[in-house]
Every structure is written in structure tokens, then in C-alpha cells.
Ligand binder design. Structure first.
Ligand code: GDP
Ligand code: IMO
Ligand code: MG
Length: 432
């Protein structure tokens, strides 16, 4: 009997999950997404080509790998169809390799309008949502009135759709929001709704499954399965900087409920983090930089959102936050991404704790959103040289000072760093 391995983002998302899942995929028979939706943007680069996936698991590029969109995921039919079409145009056919849980909830066009209306009503307190309808869809799921993928095969689907749409219209009016204010993927609501229904029909050609049985059967047969997280622990609905979070459980526990796999069946938990930090959207970010170093990290790391194109906020590595994320998910192996982005730094700061209400603490308090957390830093020497060779001919070694940075993090967090990534390309990694 095999165990389910997990791969989770440990910061505020965009750690490089897509790259690592793709790099690990040859070892796995199946890759599953378990939460979130098209708010995710997972980038994969190889042979000079670049793909960004939003709903499809990043195992898509290996033709032996089955890809499952689990029950915990929420799906916008139009966005998923665009992704499938994009991959098909690049010669990647998913018709036999993509399975969708019957129980995954649908993001309706009005959910996206509601997302925009909610954000507008929040004004300065807005979450900085990706405006993909995530919050309103999970709200309807927990309020027990959502529509699921399996429902699209039912004869009363259109009637149920219209009922929910009417309720949403009322909510949109209550928020004083004009539906014509919003463009959905560049379209008016009416045009988007038509395209969305075409996409719903298109999805019927794919396999809708009871994915919890399928995944557990794979594990029973000794096959290898990897669960791919979206977002990052600091955006978790319970443990992130609430209310500036996403609406799903992004930690290890979310994989159990989002796939129907029992906790005892979890194997390795790979935790991914950047050698520094980024955040996109609003909310506290204690180590945020507003200086030329922050700009350098943004420029060298191409820190612009893969889903929305927004510039990402940048800052130093935050050890208490990283340790917290490892605790929440029982991370067994750490993977450090984007170390190359810091190649030119003479000195690196690392946050070891926070000044909070006149004390120094090393944990994340409940009121991190309303109280100031002033980082307490320690400074360590940078490696100040390029990692790896552009001709990829010589064996890549970890520079001595980078090794010291790695050991420092391992010691403070208490989890080994087994994988160091130094470029967007799937092959540019060092195993430790
Ligand atoms: P995800 O959401 O966690 O999959 O991450 P994103 O794809 O949103 O953002 C990560 C970005 O960093 C992408 O553009 C990747 O191609 C890129 N990337 C991943 N690993 C590395 C790395 O080690 N070095 C550099 N320079 N870029 C990387
Ligand atoms: P991946 O999987 C980074 C952020 C948004 C916003 C907050 C809530 O690519 O790492 P939502 O649309 O979920 O209601 O937005 O969460 N956010 C992400 N930030 N990476 C992501 O996904 C994100 N998904 C959501 O910017 O602050
Ligand atoms: Mg991303």
C-alpha cells in the first residue's frame, strides 16, 4: 500500500509549486489538485517553453501521468476549457489523462461578479482577490447551495443555475453594484455567460469520477500519487492573516478533505519556499521591503503574478512564519526556490522574531492584521556569485555561503532542505 505525498506552498503562494511538481512528475503515476481554483497560477518551463496552469495539475506534461482535479477544487468551466485548449494546441492531449471529481464545485459567472462587488464594497480594506470568484463560490459550497461538476449532467441543471443566478443578482443589487461595470476575461457578463455554457458542454467530454475512490484504489495498488497544493500556508483560511486570506484550507489537512484520503495515508510532505518572501494582494507582510533591494528581488525574480500580472510585494525570509507553516502541515522535506535571485547580494537579512506590543515574540499572533509586527533581523553574508553555469555542462555545486544560509534555515526551522532550485527551468535543481 502506497502513501500519498503532498507538495505545499509555505509562504503567500507563488513559491514555485508548478515547477517542482513538473520536475517530480516522472516519479508519480497520478498528480491531484485538492483545493483552490483558478486563483492559482503555476508556471512550468522546459525546452525554452513556458506554460501557466490554473486548474489543471502540473503533472500534465508527462504523458504517463493521470491528473485529477479533486473534490476540494472549484472550477470555472471557461477557464478550464481555455487551459485544455492551450495545452492541446501545444500537442498535449488530456482527454484520457484528466479526471474531474463529480463533487468539485462550479464557479458560476455571477460568482465572479460577486467577487468584484464584494471587493468594491470593502474599499481600502479589500482583500486584493484575484477576482476569479473564489470567495463567493466557497461561500455557496459551505452554505449548501452550490452547483457541482456532476450536476451539469442533470436535466435540471439550467433551472438550478437560474435559481442561484437570481439569488446572486439580488446580492449584487444589495451591494449597489452594476453588473455592467465588470468585464470577465475582457467580455460583458452576457457574452461570458454564453462562452461559459459552451465550456460546460465541452467539459462533458471529460471523465467525471468519484475521485476519492480512484485515488484510494491507486494507493491500495501501490501506485504513487502526489497532491499539488495551491496558494500558500500564510493564505490559509484558518491560519493565514485573516481576513486577508483565500477561502480554502491550503495546509496538509486540506489535502485529506479535498481528496478524500485519510490522514494516516499521508507520506512525504514537501514544503516549498522562496529564499526570500513575496506576497500579492493586501494584508500584513512583516518583512516587506520598500527599497532598492525589494525592487531588485522583484526585477531579478520576475515577481509579477502568473494569474493577474500584478507586481508582487517582496521582502526578506521570515523564519517564524516558515516554522509555523512546517508545524501546521508536518513538513518532512523542504525545497528552497529562487536562490539565484539573491546571487548579487553581499548581505542577507533573515527575520527571527517580531516586536509586538513592546515584546519580542517568535510566533504569529491572532491579531497580526491589526497590530504591527516589526521584524527583528539577523544579518548573514550573501554568496555573491552566480549559481550554476549557463551552458549547463559542468556539475552545479552549492556555493559555500549559500550552503551556510541553507544550514542556518534548517537549524532554525528544524526540517532538512533537500532540494535547491536556481532557475525557472525544470532541470535546474540541486538535490541535497
Ligand atoms: P507557483 O504558483 O507556486 O507555481 O509559482 P508561480 O508560477 O506563480 O511563480 C513562480 C515563478 O518563479 C515562476 O515564474 C517560475 O517560473 C519561477 N521560478 C521557479 N523556480 C525558480 C527558481 O529557482 N529561480 C527563478 N529565477 N525562477 C524560478
Ligand atoms: P498560487 O497557487 C499568490 C491571494 C490573492 C489575495 C488572496 C485572496 O499561484 O500560489 P482569492 O482570489 O483567493 O480570493 O484571493 O489570496 N492569492 C494568491 N497569491 N498565489 C496564489 O496562488 C494565490 N491565490 C490567491 O492575491 O491576496
Ligand atoms: Mg502562482
Amino acid at each position: 500500500m502506497a502513501k500519498l505525498d503532498l507538495l505545499l506552498g509555505l509562504q503567500w503562494g507563488d513559491e514555485g509549486k508548478g515547477k517542482v511538481v513538473d520536475a517530480l512528475t516522472p516519479k508519480y503515476d497520478m498528480v491531484c489538485r485538492f483545493q483552490g481554483g483558478p486563483n492559482a497560477g503555476h508556471t512550468i518551463e522546459f525546452d525554452g517553453k513556458k506554460f501557466v496552469l490554473h486548474t489543471i495539475p502540473s503533472g500534465a506534461f508527462n504523458d504517463k501521468c493521470i491528473n485529477v482535479i479533486g473534490n476540494g477544487v472549484i472550477i470555472d468551466a471557461k477557464i478550464l476549457k481555455d487551459e485544455i485548449d492551450g495545452l492541446a494546441a501545444a500537442g498535449i492531449d488530456l482527454t484520457q489523462r484528466l479526471m474531474i471529481s463529480n463533487k468539485a464545485h462550479l464557479i458560476l459567472p455571477t460568482h465572479r461578479v460577486l467577487d468584484a462587488a464584494n471587493e468594491k464594497a470593502l474599499g481600502k480594506m479589500k482583500i486584493g482577490s484575484t477576482l476569479k470568484g473564489i470567495g463567493p463560490t466557497y461561500t455557496d459550497k459551505t452554505a449548501r447551495r452550490g452547483l457541482r461538476i456532476g450536476d451539469i449532467m442533470m436535466s435540471d441543471f439550467k433551472i438550478r443555475y437560474e435559481n442561484i443566478k437570481a439569488k446572486h443578482y439580488q446580492q449584487i443589487r444589495d451591494l449597489d453594484f452594476d453588473i455592467n461595470e465588470v468585464r470577465l476575461d475582457g467580455m460583458s457578463f452576457a457574452d461570458y455567460e454564453k462562452v461559459w455554457f459552451d465550456a460546460v458542454d465541452f467539459l462533458k467530454t471529460f471523465r467525471f469520477v468519484e475521485s476519492e475512490y480512484l485515488i484510494n484504489k491507486y494507493l491500495d495498488e501501490g501506485k504513487s500519487v502526489l497532491a499539488e497544493g495551491a496558494q500558500g500556508s500564510m493564505l490559509d483560511v484558518d491560519f493565514g492573516s485573516y481576513p486577508f486570506v483565500t477561502s480554502s484550507s491550503v495546509i496538509a489537512a486540506g489535502a485529506c478533505s479535498g481528496l478524500g484520503v485519510a490522514p494516516g495515508r499521508i507520506g512525504k510532505v514537501y514544503g516549498i519556499f522562496k529564499a526570500y518572501c513575496t506576497r500579492v494582494g493586501t494584508g500584513p507582510f512583516p518583512t516587506e521591503l520598500f527599497d532598492t533591494t525589494g525592487e531588485m528581488l522583484r526585477a531579478n525574480g520576475h515577481e509579477f503574478g502568473a494569474t493577474t500580472g500584478r507586481p508582487r510585494r517582496t521582502g526578506w525570509l521570515d523564519i517564524p512564519a516558515l516554522k509555523y507553516a512546517c508545524m501546521l502541515s508536518g513538513v518532512t522535506d523542504l525545497m528552497m526556490m529562487k536562490s539565484d535571485v539573491m546571487d548579487e547580494l553581499q548581505e542577507i537579512k533573515v527575520c527571527m522574531g517580531y516586536e509586538y506590543k513592546g515584546q519580542v515574540i517568535d510566533y504569529l499572533p491572532y491579531d497580526a492584521c491589526t497590530e504591527t509586527l516589526k521584524p527583528v533581523y539577523t544579518t548573514i553574508k550573501g554568496w555573491n556569485c552566480k549559481i550554476g553555469d549557463s551552458d549547463r555542462k559542468t556539475e552545479v555545486r552549492i556555493p559555500e555561503k549559500l550552503e551556510e544560509y541553507i544550514r542556518f534555515i534548517e537549524e532554525k526551522v528544524g526540517v532538512p532542505i533537500k532540494f535547491v532550485s536556481y532557475s525557472p527551468d525544470r532541470n535546474d535543481n540541486i538535490l541535497r
